[in-house]
Design a protein around this ligand. Structure first.
Ligand SMILES: NC(=O)c1ccc[n+]([C@@H]2O[C@H](COP(=O)([O-])OP(=O)(O)OC[C@H]3O[C@@H](n4cnc5c(N)ncnc54)[C@H](O)[C@@H]3O)[C@@H](O)[C@H]2O)c1
Length: 418
Protein backbone atom coordinates (compact mmCIF):
# COMPACT_ATOMS: atom_id res chain seq x y z
CA UNK A 1 0.00 0.00 0.00
CA UNK A 2 0.97 3.62 -0.37
CA UNK A 3 0.64 5.16 3.09
CA UNK A 4 0.90 8.83 4.02
CA UNK A 5 2.12 9.60 7.53
CA UNK A 6 1.52 13.20 8.56
CA UNK A 7 3.88 14.59 11.19
CA UNK A 8 7.28 12.91 11.61
CA UNK A 9 7.94 13.52 15.30
CA UNK A 10 8.48 11.18 18.23
CA UNK A 11 5.48 9.08 17.17
CA UNK A 12 5.16 9.68 13.42
CA UNK A 13 8.74 8.82 12.44
CA UNK A 14 8.92 5.43 14.22
CA UNK A 15 5.43 4.60 12.91
CA UNK A 16 6.44 5.52 9.35
CA UNK A 17 9.56 3.36 9.71
CA UNK A 18 7.49 0.38 10.94
CA UNK A 19 5.01 0.61 8.06
CA UNK A 20 7.90 0.97 5.59
CA UNK A 21 9.84 -1.98 6.99
CA UNK A 22 6.75 -4.16 6.80
CA UNK A 23 6.65 -3.66 3.03
CA UNK A 24 4.50 -0.58 2.45
CA UNK A 25 5.55 2.50 0.50
CA UNK A 26 5.46 5.36 2.96
CA UNK A 27 5.44 9.08 2.27
CA UNK A 28 6.05 11.12 5.41
CA UNK A 29 4.69 14.67 5.27
CA UNK A 30 6.43 17.07 7.66
CA UNK A 31 6.26 20.86 7.75
CA UNK A 32 9.78 21.25 9.14
CA UNK A 33 12.16 21.32 6.18
CA UNK A 34 15.26 20.62 8.32
CA UNK A 35 13.59 17.46 9.68
CA UNK A 36 12.68 16.29 6.16
CA UNK A 37 16.26 16.78 4.91
CA UNK A 38 17.73 14.95 7.89
CA UNK A 39 15.35 12.01 7.58
CA UNK A 40 15.96 11.65 3.84
CA UNK A 41 19.69 11.51 4.51
CA UNK A 42 19.05 8.56 6.83
CA UNK A 43 19.49 10.34 10.16
CA UNK A 44 16.77 10.70 12.77
CA UNK A 45 16.21 14.06 14.48
CA UNK A 46 15.12 12.38 17.72
CA UNK A 47 16.95 10.09 20.12
CA UNK A 48 15.44 6.61 20.31
CA UNK A 49 17.16 3.21 20.49
CA UNK A 50 17.52 1.47 17.06
CA UNK A 51 16.02 4.41 15.17
CA UNK A 52 19.03 5.31 13.01
CA UNK A 53 19.74 1.75 11.81
CA UNK A 54 16.08 1.16 11.03
CA UNK A 55 15.67 4.52 9.29
CA UNK A 56 18.81 4.07 7.18
CA UNK A 57 17.51 0.72 5.95
CA UNK A 58 14.08 1.92 4.80
CA UNK A 59 15.56 5.04 3.19
CA UNK A 60 18.13 2.92 1.31
CA UNK A 61 15.36 0.53 0.18
CA UNK A 62 13.31 3.57 -0.94
CA UNK A 63 10.37 2.44 1.20
CA UNK A 64 10.20 5.73 3.11
CA UNK A 65 10.49 9.23 1.75
CA UNK A 66 9.95 12.42 3.71
CA UNK A 67 8.53 15.50 2.03
CA UNK A 68 7.15 18.95 2.71
CA UNK A 69 4.87 18.79 -0.35
CA UNK A 70 1.28 17.64 0.36
CA UNK A 71 0.80 16.70 -3.32
CA UNK A 72 3.32 13.84 -2.83
CA UNK A 73 0.60 12.14 -0.76
CA UNK A 74 -1.67 11.75 -3.81
CA UNK A 75 -2.63 8.14 -4.45
CA UNK A 76 -2.21 7.08 -0.81
CA UNK A 77 -4.70 4.47 0.30
CA UNK A 78 -4.22 5.24 3.99
CA UNK A 79 -3.26 8.36 5.94
CA UNK A 80 -1.94 8.29 9.51
CA UNK A 81 -2.16 11.58 11.42
CA UNK A 82 0.64 11.90 14.02
CA UNK A 83 0.79 15.67 14.59
CA UNK A 84 1.09 17.28 18.01
CA UNK A 85 -1.93 18.18 20.16
CA UNK A 86 -0.56 20.64 22.73
CA UNK A 87 -2.36 22.85 25.20
CA UNK A 88 -2.84 26.54 24.59
CA UNK A 89 -3.72 28.27 27.89
CA UNK A 90 -4.95 24.96 29.35
CA UNK A 91 -7.23 24.31 26.32
CA UNK A 92 -6.42 21.75 23.61
CA UNK A 93 -4.93 23.27 20.47
CA UNK A 94 -6.37 21.07 17.73
CA UNK A 95 -5.24 23.32 14.88
CA UNK A 96 -2.46 20.87 13.87
CA UNK A 97 -4.93 17.99 13.55
CA UNK A 98 -7.38 20.16 11.68
CA UNK A 99 -4.68 21.36 9.26
CA UNK A 100 -3.61 17.76 8.65
CA UNK A 101 -7.23 16.82 7.88
CA UNK A 102 -7.57 19.77 5.48
CA UNK A 103 -4.40 18.61 3.71
CA UNK A 104 -5.78 15.07 3.42
CA UNK A 105 -9.06 16.41 2.01
CA UNK A 106 -7.13 17.94 -0.88
CA UNK A 107 -5.28 14.79 -1.89
CA UNK A 108 -7.37 11.78 -0.87
CA UNK A 109 -9.15 9.40 -3.23
CA UNK A 110 -12.41 7.51 -2.76
CA UNK A 111 -11.90 4.47 -0.51
CA UNK A 112 -9.16 6.07 1.60
CA UNK A 113 -8.65 5.17 5.26
CA UNK A 114 -7.74 8.03 7.60
CA UNK A 115 -6.37 7.13 11.03
CA UNK A 116 -5.83 9.71 13.74
CA UNK A 117 -3.06 8.55 16.08
CA UNK A 118 -2.65 11.90 17.84
CA UNK A 119 -4.20 12.01 21.29
CA UNK A 120 -7.40 14.06 21.05
CA UNK A 121 -10.38 15.07 23.24
CA UNK A 122 -13.44 12.78 23.07
CA UNK A 123 -15.54 13.58 20.00
CA UNK A 124 -12.66 14.96 17.90
CA UNK A 125 -12.32 12.03 15.47
CA UNK A 126 -16.06 12.12 14.65
CA UNK A 127 -15.80 15.89 14.19
CA UNK A 128 -12.80 15.45 11.84
CA UNK A 129 -14.77 12.87 9.82
CA UNK A 130 -17.60 15.41 9.44
CA UNK A 131 -15.07 18.05 8.40
CA UNK A 132 -13.74 15.70 5.71
CA UNK A 133 -17.32 15.11 4.52
CA UNK A 134 -17.90 18.88 4.28
CA UNK A 135 -14.63 19.45 2.44
CA UNK A 136 -14.88 16.56 -0.04
CA UNK A 137 -18.62 16.02 -0.48
CA UNK A 138 -18.00 12.30 0.19
CA UNK A 139 -19.49 10.20 3.03
CA UNK A 140 -17.63 8.49 5.89
CA UNK A 141 -18.40 4.76 6.01
CA UNK A 142 -19.24 4.73 2.28
CA UNK A 143 -16.66 6.74 0.33
CA UNK A 144 -13.89 6.93 2.92
CA UNK A 145 -13.21 5.65 6.45
CA UNK A 146 -11.98 7.36 9.61
CA UNK A 147 -10.60 5.68 12.74
CA UNK A 148 -8.75 6.62 15.92
CA UNK A 149 -5.79 4.43 16.89
CA UNK A 150 -4.23 6.09 19.94
CA UNK A 151 -0.55 5.47 20.54
CA UNK A 152 0.57 3.85 23.80
CA UNK A 153 4.33 3.60 23.30
CA UNK A 154 6.89 4.84 25.78
CA UNK A 155 9.89 6.79 24.46
CA UNK A 156 13.01 4.69 24.86
CA UNK A 157 11.11 1.46 24.06
CA UNK A 158 9.18 2.59 21.01
CA UNK A 159 10.25 -0.09 18.51
CA UNK A 160 9.46 -2.92 20.92
CA UNK A 161 6.20 -1.44 22.11
CA UNK A 162 4.94 -0.59 18.60
CA UNK A 163 5.04 -4.31 17.87
CA UNK A 164 4.06 -5.93 21.17
CA UNK A 165 1.69 -3.46 22.89
CA UNK A 166 -1.98 -4.15 22.58
CA UNK A 167 -3.89 -1.46 20.72
CA UNK A 168 -7.33 0.09 20.87
CA UNK A 169 -8.80 1.03 17.50
CA UNK A 170 -12.04 2.97 17.31
CA UNK A 171 -13.94 3.50 14.08
CA UNK A 172 -16.29 6.34 13.19
CA UNK A 173 -18.03 3.57 11.22
CA UNK A 174 -17.53 -0.12 12.14
CA UNK A 175 -15.88 -0.76 8.76
CA UNK A 176 -13.28 1.94 9.49
CA UNK A 177 -12.16 0.05 12.62
CA UNK A 178 -11.89 -3.22 10.69
CA UNK A 179 -9.84 -1.59 7.91
CA UNK A 180 -7.53 0.10 10.42
CA UNK A 181 -7.03 -3.19 12.27
CA UNK A 182 -5.99 -4.85 9.02
CA UNK A 183 -3.52 -2.05 8.33
CA UNK A 184 -1.91 -2.17 11.81
CA UNK A 185 -1.63 -5.95 11.59
CA UNK A 186 1.23 -5.20 9.15
CA UNK A 187 3.51 -5.01 12.19
CA UNK A 188 1.45 -5.26 15.43
CA UNK A 189 1.79 -8.60 17.23
CA UNK A 190 -0.13 -7.48 20.34
CA UNK A 191 -3.91 -7.78 20.71
CA UNK A 192 -6.09 -5.27 18.86
CA UNK A 193 -9.43 -4.32 20.41
CA UNK A 194 -12.05 -2.66 18.22
CA UNK A 195 -14.52 -0.08 19.50
CA UNK A 196 -15.99 3.31 18.57
CA UNK A 197 -13.78 6.31 17.85
CA UNK A 198 -15.00 8.26 20.89
CA UNK A 199 -14.48 5.29 23.23
CA UNK A 200 -10.92 4.88 21.90
CA UNK A 201 -10.27 8.59 22.53
CA UNK A 202 -11.54 8.29 26.08
CA UNK A 203 -9.57 5.10 26.76
CA UNK A 204 -6.28 6.79 25.84
CA UNK A 205 -7.02 9.85 27.98
CA UNK A 206 -8.17 7.71 30.93
CA UNK A 207 -4.90 5.74 30.81
CA UNK A 208 -2.73 8.83 31.11
CA UNK A 209 -5.03 10.48 33.64
CA UNK A 210 -4.86 7.31 35.77
CA UNK A 211 -1.08 7.62 35.82
CA UNK A 212 -1.10 11.35 36.54
CA UNK A 213 -3.56 11.04 39.43
CA UNK A 214 -1.63 8.09 40.88
CA UNK A 215 1.66 9.98 40.69
CA UNK A 216 -0.04 12.85 42.51
CA UNK A 217 -1.11 10.42 45.23
CA UNK A 218 2.49 9.16 45.51
CA UNK A 219 3.65 12.79 45.75
CA UNK A 220 1.17 13.41 48.54
CA UNK A 221 2.55 10.32 50.33
CA UNK A 222 6.07 11.73 49.83
CA UNK A 223 5.15 15.01 51.53
CA UNK A 224 3.61 13.09 54.43
CA UNK A 225 6.64 10.77 54.71
CA UNK A 226 8.94 13.79 54.91
CA UNK A 227 7.00 14.97 57.97
CA UNK A 228 6.77 11.55 59.64
CA UNK A 229 10.46 10.67 59.33
CA UNK A 230 9.77 7.90 56.83
CA UNK A 231 11.56 6.95 53.59
CA UNK A 232 8.60 6.97 51.21
CA UNK A 233 10.37 4.68 48.73
CA UNK A 234 10.75 1.97 51.36
CA UNK A 235 7.13 2.52 52.46
CA UNK A 236 5.88 2.23 48.86
CA UNK A 237 7.91 -0.92 48.26
CA UNK A 238 6.37 -2.48 51.35
CA UNK A 239 2.82 -1.28 50.58
CA UNK A 240 3.17 -2.74 47.09
CA UNK A 241 3.65 -6.21 48.56
CA UNK A 242 -0.13 -6.10 49.12
CA UNK A 243 -1.70 -8.12 46.30
CA UNK A 244 -4.12 -5.36 45.28
CA UNK A 245 -1.96 -2.24 45.77
CA UNK A 246 0.35 -0.66 43.20
CA UNK A 247 1.46 2.77 44.36
CA UNK A 248 3.32 4.86 41.77
CA UNK A 249 6.64 6.66 42.30
CA UNK A 250 6.85 10.24 43.63
CA UNK A 251 9.30 12.80 42.26
CA UNK A 252 10.00 16.34 41.17
CA UNK A 253 7.03 16.35 38.81
CA UNK A 254 5.46 14.97 35.66
CA UNK A 255 6.60 16.02 32.20
CA UNK A 256 6.67 15.01 28.56
CA UNK A 257 4.27 15.75 25.77
CA UNK A 258 1.47 13.56 27.14
CA UNK A 259 0.89 13.20 30.88
CA UNK A 260 0.66 16.89 31.81
CA UNK A 261 -1.78 17.67 29.01
CA UNK A 262 -3.93 14.57 28.55
CA UNK A 263 -5.95 15.10 31.78
CA UNK A 264 -6.91 18.54 30.44
CA UNK A 265 -7.82 17.00 27.07
CA UNK A 266 -10.09 14.59 28.92
CA UNK A 267 -11.82 17.42 30.78
CA UNK A 268 -11.91 19.90 27.91
CA UNK A 269 -15.38 19.12 26.56
CA UNK A 270 -17.01 18.09 29.85
CA UNK A 271 -19.82 20.08 31.47
CA UNK A 272 -19.51 18.37 34.88
CA UNK A 273 -16.58 17.03 36.89
CA UNK A 274 -15.62 16.44 40.55
CA UNK A 275 -12.28 18.24 40.49
CA UNK A 276 -10.04 15.32 41.50
CA UNK A 277 -8.21 15.24 38.16
CA UNK A 278 -7.49 18.98 38.28
CA UNK A 279 -6.29 18.77 41.89
CA UNK A 280 -3.89 15.96 40.94
CA UNK A 281 -2.50 18.17 38.17
CA UNK A 282 -1.92 20.98 40.69
CA UNK A 283 -0.12 18.61 43.09
CA UNK A 284 2.23 17.44 40.33
CA UNK A 285 2.77 20.99 39.02
CA UNK A 286 3.79 22.06 42.51
CA UNK A 287 6.56 19.48 42.97
CA UNK A 288 9.49 21.59 41.66
CA UNK A 289 8.63 24.06 44.46
CA UNK A 290 8.91 21.23 46.99
CA UNK A 291 12.43 20.53 45.71
CA UNK A 292 13.32 24.23 46.06
CA UNK A 293 12.02 24.18 49.65
CA UNK A 294 14.31 21.23 50.42
CA UNK A 295 17.23 23.11 48.90
CA UNK A 296 16.55 26.16 51.06
CA UNK A 297 16.31 23.96 54.14
CA UNK A 298 19.77 22.58 53.25
CA UNK A 299 21.13 26.11 52.70
CA UNK A 300 19.95 27.04 56.18
CA UNK A 301 21.59 23.99 57.72
CA UNK A 302 24.86 24.73 55.90
CA UNK A 303 24.71 28.47 56.56
CA UNK A 304 24.78 29.28 52.84
CA UNK A 305 23.38 32.59 51.58
CA UNK A 306 21.05 31.58 48.67
CA UNK A 307 21.69 34.83 46.79
CA UNK A 308 25.39 33.90 46.55
CA UNK A 309 24.88 30.20 45.99
CA UNK A 310 25.69 28.26 42.82
CA UNK A 311 23.23 25.43 42.18
CA UNK A 312 23.67 22.66 39.61
CA UNK A 313 20.54 21.04 38.19
CA UNK A 314 21.39 17.50 37.08
CA UNK A 315 19.06 16.56 34.26
CA UNK A 316 16.81 18.63 32.00
CA UNK A 317 14.89 15.85 30.22
CA UNK A 318 11.50 15.00 31.65
CA UNK A 319 12.58 11.42 32.25
CA UNK A 320 15.67 9.23 32.20
CA UNK A 321 17.27 8.08 28.96
CA UNK A 322 15.68 10.67 26.66
CA UNK A 323 16.50 14.12 25.25
CA UNK A 324 12.83 15.16 25.42
CA UNK A 325 12.44 18.31 27.55
CA UNK A 326 8.80 19.05 26.72
CA UNK A 327 6.97 20.18 29.88
CA UNK A 328 9.97 18.98 31.86
CA UNK A 329 9.70 19.76 35.59
CA UNK A 330 13.49 20.22 35.51
CA UNK A 331 13.03 23.30 33.31
CA UNK A 332 10.46 24.64 35.74
CA UNK A 333 12.91 24.03 38.57
CA UNK A 334 15.62 25.95 36.71
CA UNK A 335 13.23 28.88 36.21
CA UNK A 336 12.30 28.94 39.89
CA UNK A 337 15.94 28.80 40.95
CA UNK A 338 16.99 31.56 38.57
CA UNK A 339 14.94 34.07 40.56
CA UNK A 340 16.11 32.80 43.94
CA UNK A 341 19.80 31.81 43.89
CA UNK A 342 23.03 33.40 42.71
CA UNK A 343 23.85 31.14 39.76
CA UNK A 344 22.12 28.17 38.14
CA UNK A 345 24.11 25.65 36.10
CA UNK A 346 22.68 22.71 34.21
CA UNK A 347 24.10 19.40 33.04
CA UNK A 348 22.31 16.70 31.05
CA UNK A 349 24.21 14.02 29.10
CA UNK A 350 21.38 13.75 26.52
CA UNK A 351 20.14 17.33 26.24
CA UNK A 352 23.26 19.40 26.91
CA UNK A 353 22.97 22.31 29.32
CA UNK A 354 25.18 25.16 30.47
CA UNK A 355 28.04 22.68 31.08
CA UNK A 356 29.19 19.73 28.96
CA UNK A 357 31.17 18.10 31.74
CA UNK A 358 29.69 17.23 35.12
CA UNK A 359 32.94 18.03 36.90
CA UNK A 360 33.05 21.53 35.38
CA UNK A 361 29.42 22.01 36.38
CA UNK A 362 30.04 21.02 40.01
CA UNK A 363 33.33 22.91 40.47
CA UNK A 364 32.90 25.46 43.30
CA UNK A 365 29.14 24.80 43.38
CA UNK A 366 27.12 24.85 46.61
CA UNK A 367 24.45 22.33 45.75
CA UNK A 368 23.35 19.74 43.20
CA UNK A 369 19.73 18.76 42.56
CA UNK A 370 18.93 15.55 40.70
CA UNK A 371 15.96 16.42 38.49
CA UNK A 372 16.01 13.53 35.96
CA UNK A 373 16.41 9.82 36.63
CA UNK A 374 19.08 9.25 33.96
CA UNK A 375 20.85 5.95 34.56
CA UNK A 376 24.14 7.89 34.58
CA UNK A 377 23.06 9.76 37.72
CA UNK A 378 22.40 6.64 39.78
CA UNK A 379 26.02 5.75 40.30
CA UNK A 380 27.86 9.08 40.38
CA UNK A 381 31.11 9.08 42.43
CA UNK A 382 29.88 11.63 44.96
CA UNK A 383 32.97 11.37 47.15
CA UNK A 384 35.15 12.53 44.26
CA UNK A 385 32.63 15.06 42.92
CA UNK A 386 32.05 16.44 46.42
CA UNK A 387 35.72 17.37 46.66
CA UNK A 388 35.16 19.81 43.76
CA UNK A 389 32.22 21.53 45.41
CA UNK A 390 32.31 24.58 47.69
CA UNK A 391 29.44 23.25 49.81
CA UNK A 392 28.33 19.62 49.71
CA UNK A 393 24.57 19.73 49.37
CA UNK A 394 22.76 17.06 47.38
CA UNK A 395 19.00 17.09 46.80
CA UNK A 396 17.47 13.96 45.27
CA UNK A 397 14.34 14.90 43.37
CA UNK A 398 13.93 11.45 41.84
CA UNK A 399 14.53 8.95 44.62
CA UNK A 400 17.55 7.43 42.87
CA UNK A 401 20.14 7.73 45.64
CA UNK A 402 19.63 4.83 48.04
CA UNK A 403 22.58 5.60 50.34
CA UNK A 404 23.25 9.29 51.06
CA UNK A 405 26.91 10.06 50.28
CA UNK A 406 29.16 10.68 53.29
CA UNK A 407 29.96 14.29 54.27
CA UNK A 408 26.98 15.67 52.32
CA UNK A 409 23.90 17.46 53.52
CA UNK A 410 21.48 15.15 51.73
CA UNK A 411 17.74 15.74 51.40
CA UNK A 412 15.28 14.17 49.01
CA UNK A 413 11.64 14.28 48.02
CA UNK A 414 9.94 11.71 50.25
CA UNK A 415 13.11 11.11 52.29
CA UNK A 416 11.86 11.80 55.80
CA UNK A 417 14.51 9.37 57.04
CA UNK A 418 17.53 11.61 56.35
N1 LIG B 1 5.61 11.42 22.38
C1 LIG B 1 5.00 10.39 22.97
O1 LIG B 1 5.61 9.66 23.73
C2 LIG B 1 3.54 10.09 22.69
C3 LIG B 1 2.99 8.90 23.17
C4 LIG B 1 1.65 8.63 22.89
C5 LIG B 1 0.88 9.54 22.17
N2 LIG B 1 1.44 10.70 21.75
C6 LIG B 1 0.61 11.64 20.98
O2 LIG B 1 1.02 11.59 19.61
C7 LIG B 1 0.89 12.88 19.00
C8 LIG B 1 2.22 13.30 18.41
O3 LIG B 1 3.17 13.45 19.45
P1 LIG B 1 4.72 13.60 19.14
O4 LIG B 1 5.40 13.48 20.45
O5 LIG B 1 5.12 12.70 18.03
O6 LIG B 1 4.75 15.13 18.62
P2 LIG B 1 5.94 15.86 17.84
O7 LIG B 1 5.80 17.30 18.10
O8 LIG B 1 7.24 15.16 18.14
O9 LIG B 1 5.64 15.55 16.30
C9 LIG B 1 4.64 16.16 15.57
C10 LIG B 1 5.23 16.54 14.22
O10 LIG B 1 4.17 16.91 13.35
C11 LIG B 1 4.63 17.98 12.52
N3 LIG B 1 3.43 18.65 11.98
C12 LIG B 1 2.53 19.44 12.60
N4 LIG B 1 1.55 19.80 11.78
C13 LIG B 1 1.82 19.26 10.58
C14 LIG B 1 1.17 19.26 9.31
N5 LIG B 1 0.03 19.92 9.13
N6 LIG B 1 1.74 18.60 8.29
C15 LIG B 1 2.90 17.93 8.46
N7 LIG B 1 3.57 17.87 9.64
C16 LIG B 1 3.03 18.52 10.68
C17 LIG B 1 5.46 18.82 13.46
O11 LIG B 1 6.35 19.65 12.76
C18 LIG B 1 6.16 17.73 14.28
O12 LIG B 1 7.42 17.36 13.73
C19 LIG B 1 0.39 13.80 20.11
O13 LIG B 1 -1.01 13.92 20.04
C20 LIG B 1 0.77 13.08 21.39
O14 LIG B 1 -0.06 13.42 22.46
C21 LIG B 1 2.76 10.99 21.96
Amino acid sequence: MKIGVIGLGYIGLPTAIMFASSGHNVIGLEIRRDVVEKINSGRAHIIEPEINERLKKVIAEERLKATTRPEDLRGAEAFIVCVQTPLLDDSPDLSYVENAIRTIAEVMDRGALIVIESTVPPGTTVRMARLLEDLTGMREGIDFYVAHAPERVMPGRIFKELVYNSRIIGGVSPKAAVLAEKLYRSFVKGKIYLTTATTAEMVKLMENTFRDVNIALANEFAILAQQYGVNVFEAIRLANTHPRVRIHMPGIGVGGHCLPKDPYLLLSSAKKEFGLIRLARQVNENMPKIAVNLLFEAFERAGVDPSRATVVVLGLAYKGGTDDTRNSPALKLVKLLETRVGEVRTYDPYVGGTHKDIKDALREADAAIIATDHLEFKTLPWEELGSLMRTRILIDGRGIIAEPPADFIFLGIGRGDV
